[in-house]
Design a protein around this ligand. Sequence first.
Ligand SMILES: Nc1ncnc2c1ncn2[C@@H]1O[C@H](COP(=O)(O)OP(=O)(O)OP(=O)(O)O)[C@@H](O)[C@H]1O
Ligand SMILES: [Mg+2]
Length: 355
Amino acid sequence: MRRSMLRKKENLIGLDIGSHSIKMVRLKEKNGIIQLLNAGVVPTGPESLSTSKGNRQERLAKTIQKLAAHLKVKGKLIAMSISGYEVMIKKIELPMMTEEELEDRMHLELGQYIPYNIDEVEVDYQILDVAKDRPSFMEVLLVAAKKESINDYIDLARMAGFEPTVIDVDFFALGNAYEASYGLTGSENILLMDIGAAKTAMNVLHHGVPIFTRDVPIGGRQITEAIQESAGISEEAAERIKLGEPSPKIRETSVQEVFADVVSNWVSEFKRAVDFYYRNYPDNQIEKIFLSGGSSRISGLAGVFREGLGIPVEILNPLKAVNYEEKYFDPSYLDYLGPQMCIAFGLALRKNVEK
Ligand SMILES: Nc1ncnc2c1ncn2[C@@H]1O[C@H](COP(=O)(O)OP(=O)(O)OP(=O)(O)O)[C@@H](O)[C@H]1O
Ligand SMILES: [Mg+2]
């Protein structure tokens, strides 16, 4: 028997490097039960401190090392993700064929589907479904990313002492986090939205398959910046005020106004994205929105979205249904932490030996 067949499938460490914070999650899955081993978050640190890409990578690597040491994370193999901005996603229709036939065909014909020089991109693909209105065809999802962006992530992981084993895409990790938390009914049509600091990852899961994925430049930093401007203070001070610390520099009511203004812009932007979705999928009604990301903690956000978008909203906390040892985690902390950890959690579901 080959050694690789003896090796147990193990969960990789999930590492999500955001523009505001770095998240790490380690899980252990056994007989369908998910156990939480580690979960933690640290600030990414201001971009302005870095003078060059190399400098920034080095600083990030140190931060990742510190987080791992603090959490006492065991293992070296990690799963990371790139954002939707760094990938090209395309759906194509091909005649029904086996995975092997598809692999051969992709090998020969990839160039005609991808508008880049094939030597400069990494391409992955997945069979989705039978094509709409063409029963003898199947839909195949192509995902292409520039080798250069992927290599930056690989270099960073190695600099931090880890071995990158899987490079996923944010919104697919989000889909996996949802699936592990709620299970798939096979008939759902839901919108996942991870609102971070600089961007929001969107993914419509239709019958368990991502049919509409996009990143939009909307995030909590817009609120921090507006507070910063209105009070004439540093980003760090504005961030503290945003999280509720009182300050003589700005009145509580002005802070609330900033929140209301920015969030109302978000509703208009997301409405546009949802309208665009409906132009493409007029028959697939969105049943519910699941919010995650650090900015999903903004108080009252779910209600404002429900009202503005006319769709029920729920906060997605993937740490709600997991097992853990009570001596290591406080349930109320996991309630607070969970929504911010969705992408890291989705990555931590990936295994070192993929089928
Ligand atoms: N309690 C809170 N209330 C409001 N905003 C919050 C709260 N906690 C965190 N945030 C905001 O959430 C954002 C960080 O969330 P997250 O960690 O998901 O972002 P990120 O992944 O680093 O960013 P991105 O994915 O956009 O690069 C910050 O803008 C932060 O101010
Ligand atoms: Mg993020």
